[in-house]
Design a protein around this ligand. Structure first.
Ligand code: SF4
Length: 465
């Protein structure tokens, strides 16, 4: 977590019936790169055999040569970008996962996190199963392989009936593409179409890149099967009675791209509303400019500027070419990591009363460094505004998050955080304010990391309550 931000665990993309299936999947993964930067992979199906290529690295590193994509021939494909969480960041955990079982080859690619994966895995290991990774996806693939049902669709549904937690998941066989979403609909999954080709994606921005139109969202608790005869829907048997949905509110705050459409709304639109609501709750009278911490907070900062009437300006420039690691000189000094990534626009900041908008604060160390950096440009005042509430609790539904003790919001008051950051004032958006700008009904959104009210049972370690 070099950038001090939370990270989505994965992005998924699938294509059915297109002679360029693996190349379009590559493009889809490219558009979804923000959802996982540690490994990438594609499985293709040529109507007979499934082929796979996966490796550590960004999409354009994993597929930097034409050879893997040329080898992944066939009319259908699924792909996956991964960001490791608690499990080791290794090739063994890269996805998709491809197995052979009684119905032949089947590949799976998963976004989310199961809250009963550990107990299911222990049960199967006691029964003799051998696991080669620490992913939840492999648990699901084992459940499919062990199912007593005899069609692929019923084997997948049988497997999903046993898992609890958050999943948006794709499966590929030699002649069909499947996409399923957990009954609470925690993570997004959308259906797209272009001529006779179908697409499934974590976010709609990937459809734009491949020239597909968004058809609709896969419903919470729905599995769709796409084959040569068209698309057919099934209901995923729920692990437990489902009361409403639990869409991740953080998809709107930070994870999804602003140009995407998820949970029935454009991300940009909701993010601007978050900024507007923040301006209503925490105005900064007398301020000269509003700026966002680039790039993720830019949209919320625009909303804040629109609502407050304070001029929007650009006070920080982000270097987009900073990788996950860089060579640090011995005498680098304090805040070097932030200085590599950001620089101030001194002419904009000097002598100004500045409102700085960020979308979220996790540990607080990065924002403290950013404020120290901004101070070097000699602004008169810095008023920090955050377009989400204080993060109090970890996420167990597919987000890379530090422990509760490491979350600055869980141990310090707002005023203590302000002092730690070195800001002149600090205002966080309220939970009610945040939910008020979500697409209705507002109770359909998970906000457990802000409230501790987990919609799917956990016991503090990510396992079942
Ligand atoms: S706990 Fe937070 S990050 Fe996790 S699903 Fe709920 S809202 Fe999203």
């Amino acid at each position: 977590m070099l950038d001090g931000k939370l990270h989505e665990r994965c992005g998924i993309f699938g294509v059915f019936h297109n002679k360029d299936a693996s190349r379009l999947t590559y493009l889809g993964l490219y558009a979804l790169q923000h959802r996982g930067q540690e490994s990438s992979g594609i499985v293709s199906a040529d109507g007979d055999v499934l082929k796979i290529h996966k490796a550590m690295g960004l999409v354009n590193q994993v597929f930097r040569r034409d050879e893997p994509l040329a080898r992944l021939d066939g009319m259908h494909a699924i792909g996956h970008n991964r960001y490791s969480t608690t499990g080791a960041s290794s090739l063994a955990n890269a996805q998709p996962i491809l197995i052979n079982c009684k119905i032949g080859q089947i590949a799976g690619a998963h976004n989310g996190n199961l809250t009963n994966a550990r107990s299911l895995r222990a049960e199967m290991e006691n029964d003799g199963s051998i696991f080669t990774s620490s992913t939840d996806t492999e648990v699901i693939m084992h459940l499919i392989a062990r199912s007593k049902h005899d069609t692929v669709a019923s084997m997948i549904l049988d497997a999903l009936s046993r898992v609890r937690g958050a999943y948006s998941i794709l499966f590929l066989t030699k002649d069909a593409l499947y996409g399923a979403r957990d009954p609470r609909g925690v993570r997004p999954l959308l259906l797209g179409k272009k001529e006779n080709s179908f697409f499934l994606s974590s976010e709609s921005c990937a459809f734009d890149l491949v020239g597909a139109d968004m058809v609709r969202e896969i419903k919470p608790g729905e599995m769709i099967r796409i084959d040569r005869r068209g698309a057919r829907s099934y209901t995923v048997p729920a692990f437990e009675p489902v009361e409403g949905h639990a869409h991740c509110v953080f998809e709107f705050i930070y994870f999804s791209r602003p140009d995407s459409f998820v949970f029935g709304e454009n991300v940009d639109k909701v993010r601007r509303k978050l900024g507007r609501q923040l301006a209503r709750e925490h105005p900064a009278p007398g301020a000269d400019i509003v700026m966002g911490v680039p790039d993720s907070a830019t949209t919320a900062a625009l909303g804040y500027a629109e609502e407050s009437g304070i001029k929007y300006d650009i006070g920080l420039i982000r270097n987009h070419y900073v990788g996950r690691t860089f060579i640090q000189p011995a005498q680098a000094g304090r805040n070097f990591g932030v200085r590599v990534k950001f620089n101030t626009v001194k002419g904009v900041l000097k002598g100004k009363r500045v409102v700085v908008v960020d979308d979220s604060i996790v540990r607080g160390t990065t924002m403290k460094s950013i404020i120290a950096l901004l101070r070097t440009a000699e602004p008169e005042e810095i008023h920090l505004r955050v377009s989400s509430p204080p993060i109090l609790c970890p996420c167990f539904y597919g987000i890379d998050m530090p422990t509760k003790q490491e979350l600055i919001g869980s141990s310090k008051s707002v005023n203590e955080i302000r002092r730690y950051m070195g800001a002149d004032s600090l205002g966080y958006l309220s939970i009610d304010g945040m939910l008020s700008v979500m697409p209705s009904p507002h109770e359909n959104f998970c906000n457990a990391c802000f409230s501790g009210a987990y919609p799917i049972g956990i016991n503090g370690t990510g396992e079942d309550a």
